[in-house]
Design a protein around this ligand. Structure first.
Ligand code: MRU
Length: 340
């Protein structure tokens, strides 16, 4: 078994949460202290922290901070909820914190209790990731070229990762893995963050431009694709980083397995199908500039949808901490969750 480095994107010290500033990577590893609700809102909105599970965890700590600072619970909940719209993990974590608060708010140690609940959410996520990794790595051949999109690793979660966690687990289990990392314009989660993580583990990888994936698939250079998810609906449609849908169509065309790895907190069974998921649209400046350098004419307009929807029929399997859902569809998903 290979040794894996434990990367964690957050730490709780001296009564405050510190997070890695993901805007600074890979150039600089900078920790930022989140001292009040404004810091939390800004960190999530501006993508200092990002990735569905991580924004859920940071949201949970933000709820604790807001109550500690004696703000009304509903205000704290609403302010954190309005930071980013697509990843359901944020709402899942805030709902859990709010109902926990409602249950124990009369107790004098409510603030410490809320901290413990946020820490529980963090720890549960780490264990879920390890389980996802264990289930998922079995699906990868002993020697495999795996393509991934965005960043779904330790930096997007409490540690280890979902899709990148599957790759980490396969590597840990001595599989001969080479990762093809989509650079993932415009925020460059792939080239800046995923490559940074892979480099620390010594996992062989190539950064590729987003438009290279079809050519590589046609050349039979890709054995499997593993991506994460921001929200999965009752019928298995999946919102994930923009470009995921394109990959799924190419994978189907080239008969390459297309796996989605996500904790069960990423499922939103209140939504029937993908078209009902709110898709975040971010500033056009992110497209027209690359790390503050203009890369487009000032007066051109740009579109910047942050996510797209992959239909369930393009997904070979969804890998969760509770097991694998092959050829996901509504009946299977409801049965998996013990619902009718
Ligand atoms: O905009 P981001 O960086 O928050 O988007 C992240 C993704 O789309 C990830 O693939 C998803 O959140 C899964 S992370 C384990």
């Amino acid at each position: 078994m290979r040794k894996i480095k434990d990367i964690r994107p957050l730490k709780f010290e001296d009564g405050y949460l510190f997070v890695i500033n993901q805007l600074k990577l890979p150039k600089e590893l900078q920790w930022v202290k989140l001292s009040n609700i404004e810091d939390y809102e800004k960190a999530i909105k501006d993508m200092v922290v990002r990735g569905a599970p991580l924004i859920g965890i940071v949201g949970a700590y933000g709820f604790y901070q807001g109550i500690k600072d004696k703000l009304p619970s509903q205000e704290v909940y609403n302010r954190l909820k309005n930071t980013r719209p697509t990843a359901v993990n944020l709402f899942w974590a805030l709902d859990r914190m709010l109902s926990f608060y409602e249950k124990y708010k009369e107790e004098k140690d409510i603030v410490e209790k809320l901290l413990k609940e946020a820490q529980r959410i963090e720890i549960e996520d780490y264990h879920a990731n390890k389980m996802i990794g264990g289930y998922g790595e079995v699906l990868l051949p002993k020697k495999a070229n795996v393509l991934t999109h965005c960043n779904t690793g330790a930096l997007a979660t409490s540690g280890w990762g979902t899709a990148l966690g599957v790759i980490r687990s396969a590597w840990e289990n001595d599989k001969d893995i080479t990762v093809f990392v989509d650079e993932t314009r415009p925020y460059l989660q792939g080239s800046r963050l995923t490559a940074w993580e892979l480099l620390q583990e010594g996992i062989p990888h190539y950064i590729i431009t987003d438009s290279s994936s079809g050519f590589l698939m046609s050349k039979k250079k890709i054995d499997a694709i593993v991506v994460g998810a921001d929200r999965i609906t009752a019928n298995g449609d999946t919102a994930n980083k923009i470009g995921t849908y394109t990959l799924s169509v190419l994978a189907k065309h080239h008969n390459i397995p297309f796996y989605v790895a996500a904790p069960t907190s990423t499922f939103d069974l209140t939504i029937e199908k993908g078209e009902d998921i709110p898709i975040e649209e971010r500033s056009q400046d992110e497209v027209k500039n690359c790390h503050c350098c203009p890369v487009a004419p000032e007066h051109s307009k740009a579109l910047n949808y942050s996510f797209d929807i992959t239909p369930a029929e393009n997904i070979t399997a969804i890998i969760t901490e509770k097991g694998i859902i092959e050829n996901p569809k509504k009946e299977k998903i409801l049965k998996f969750f013990g619902r009718k």
